[in-house]
Design a protein around this ligand. Structure first.
Ligand SMILES: C[S@@+](CC[C@H](N)C(=O)[O-])C[C@H]1O[C@@H](n2cnc3c(N)ncnc32)[C@H](O)[C@@H]1O
Length: 256
């Protein structure tokens, strides 16, 4: 890597220093925004994931691993090839492990809460770093409220809401694996739960069931992917979001 690239990396890392008061999981480099187009570098405690969106970074990946090792005493680093869209499924991307002094999973701390991540599981680690601020905002809004967390993934919104004083949270997702990591996240934060707080279902169907039973929530989180398949059906934000929002609004209590 040339001196200019190293200086840009260092500047990006320095810019995020204030975030370290709240978390050890952060996006250290965010592509063009840091003058490093095609590179996203994420830190999860002493585990690192580099997402490469432009081919020019492939020739730099070893140097990047050397930089991360020297700068952070990294225990694990994976490079993910993101030069193709992940339309064929999140498992389909190519990845190379460049530092392996530890397993690919670890636990990170964000605003005093613990989250389990696995950097070599799929395209995403288990914690969306760009949702950090939203998690905090939602947990404040959720105090004393009955919450439905649709498209829950690993239930980070659920963890924040319950820790922030929600009266109850139901997490809904089609992925058994993500919900099981969600339960682990509850356990890491000593949150007790019943099985019916983790529901494997299509969000659309679940909302219809809620309405049929005349059940209501005070706050509903809807954070769908742009596209997904389930049970032979597809969900796309373009085609289905409006109907989903209409259902969710019906499933809210007055003032929700
Ligand atoms: C963008 S992630 C959600 C991230 C999550 N809100 C968070 O902040 O951690 C999308 C999630 O939606 C789930 N999903 C996709 N299609 C779904 C559907 N039709 N119904 C319910 N969940 C779905 C996926 O399994 C995935 O976990």
């Amino acid at each position: 890597m040339d001196g200019k690239t190293i200086n840009l990396l260092q500047a990006a890392i320095d810019r995020r220093k204030p975030l370290r008061r709240y978390t050890n999981a952060l996006r250290l480099v965010n592509g063009l925004g840091d003058g490093l187009a095609g590179l996203v570098l994420e830190q999860y405690s002493r585990h690192f994931a580099a997402h490469i969106f432009q081919k020019k970074w492939f020739s730099e990946e070893k140097a990047l691993a050397g930089f991360v090792k020297a700068r952070f005493d990294a225990r694990y680093m994976i490079v993910k090839d993101r030069t193709e869209p992940v339309s064929s499924g999140p498992e389909a991307i190519e990845a190379r492990v460049l530092i392996e002094n530890d397993a690919s999973d670890t636990t990170v701390l964000e605003n005093g809460l613990k989250f389990s991540v696995d950097l070599n599981d799929a395209v995403n680690s288990g914690l969306f770093l760009d949702m950090r601020h939203n998690r905090k905002v939602v947990s404040r809004l959720a105090k004393g409220r009955k919450v439905l967390n649709c498209f829950a993934y690993t239930c980070s919104f659920g963890v924040y809401c319950l820790s922030g004083g929600s009266s109850s949270v139901v997490n809904v997702d089609i992925s058994r694996k993500s919900l099981s990591r969600g339960r682990l996240n509850y356990e890491l934060n000593r949150l007790s739960y019943a099985q019916n707080e983790f529901i494997r279902a299509d969000a659309n169907h679940y909302l219809k069931r809620v309405l049929a039973k005349d059940n209501r929530f005070d706050l509903i989180v809807l954070d769908p992917p742009s596209f997904s398949r389930y049970d032979g059906k597809t969900f796309s934000v373009k085609k289905d979001l409006a109907q989903l929002i209409a259902l969710a609004i019906k499933a809210l209590n007055p003032g929700g």
